[in-house]
Design a protein around this ligand. Structure first.
Ligand code: SF4
Length: 325
């Protein structure tokens, strides 16, 4: 299947200081990540907070430049941020934020904010833009009169629909949805997820769905990547991963949500918090929390390798299938 977006070995390092006068410390937020997504498909990215999933989304959109590796969109390298070519490309890819109230300008009516990307990219005249905004409101199930209201006059679900309408204004081929439903009531979450699925089916949009909610990720994704401390540790078909997680970290995540897998997996409570990315553990970064860690794990970093079923796993023990109950 032709890929729309391809990340090949991308890394991103930030500089952090310990204290006001401390020396800068490099913090590798994303480390050698290779992922791709095809038109009409959804790539789910899961992992604890700070695992690098949001930075991966920003690298995918070209909002950040990788220090190493490459990002290709529609077969071409991502242009440098801020250039005219980058702005043209950005019209084809949009970000949907976690907090719809924070993503909208409280002072402006909704319709004006939905029209904003059209103005920025010089699409249509005023009448055409108004017609487009009306169509977008209908597409996301909002009545036309809501366009005259301000964000605080809408419910949380309506605001997220308005954010989606704005993201769809330029007819993007790729949407990166970063925790798009976590700020919504449970009753509204299903509506927004179903709407995203319908829009994807109608328009063939590729989606990157970043979330800590495994149930939703399983429901919407065609492929899943599990991230830990900036790296992908398991990647493959969501049904296979959630039914039979091969990496101990994926297994712990799935065990915390019993309804995700068809079989009951005994709850695995991980020791401690994820390590500080500025002080990455030796060998497998997961070893201080892993119940199966060996001396090899403390010394050697496992590569992401295919299992017999084609799934990719970064664990020294995965090939032996000892991790599968
Ligand atoms: Fe655990 Fe070792 Fe596998 Fe890392 S490589 S996940 S420490 S068993």
């Amino acid at each position: 299947m032709t890929k729309l977006l391809e990340l090949d070995g991308v890394s991103r390092t930030y500089s952090s200081r310990s204290g006001l006068f401390g020396a800068p410390i490099p913090v590798r937020a994303v480390d050698g990540v290779s992922l791709s997504v095809a038109p009409g498909r959804t790539l789910g990215i899961v992992g604890e907070s700070g695992c690098g999933k949001s930075t991966t989304g920003r690298l995918a959109l070209g909002l950040e430049r990788p220090d190493a590796g490459s990002v290709r969109f529609a077969g071409a390298p991502m242009p440098a941020p801020g250039t005219a070519a980058w702005r043209r490309q950005r019209a084809r890819m949009q970000l949907v934020f976690q907090d719809p109230l924070g993503a909208l300008d409280r002072r402006l009516p909704i319709a004006r904010q939905i029209a904003e990307p059209l103005v920025v990219h010089g699409i249509g005249n005023r009448a055409e833009r108004e017609a487009r905004v009306a169509a977008l409101l209908a597409d996301v199930g909002l009545p036309a009169e809501l366009g005259r209201r301000h964000p605080h006059e809408l419910s949380g679900g309506q605001r997220q629909r308005a954010v989606l309408a704005r993201a769809l204004a330029t007819n993007p081929s790729l949407l990166v949805c970063d925790e798009p439903i976590s700020a919504l009531d449970v009753s509204i979450q299903a509506q927004v997820v179903n709407m995203l699925a319908d829009l994807q089916a109608e328009r063939g949009i590729a989606l990157i769905f970043i979330s800590h909610d495994l149930k939703v990720v399983r429901q919407v994704s065609h492929e899943v990547a599990v991230m830990y401390l900036g790296r992908v540790v398991e990647q493959g078909d969501p049904d296979e991963i959630f039914a039979e997680p091969a990496h101990p970290y994926s297994r712990a995540l799935v065990s915390a949500v019993p309804s995700v897998g068809p079989r009951r997996i005994e709850r695995i409570v991980l020791k401690g918090d994820p390590p500080n990315p500025a002080d990455r553990p030796s060998g497998c970064a997961f070893h201080p929390r892993c119940p199966l860690a060996t001396a090899q794990c403390r010394a050697e970093s496992p590569a992401l390798r295919p299992l017999v079923d084609g799934r990719l796993v970064a664990c020294h023990l995965a090939a032996t299938r000892r991790l599968v109950a």
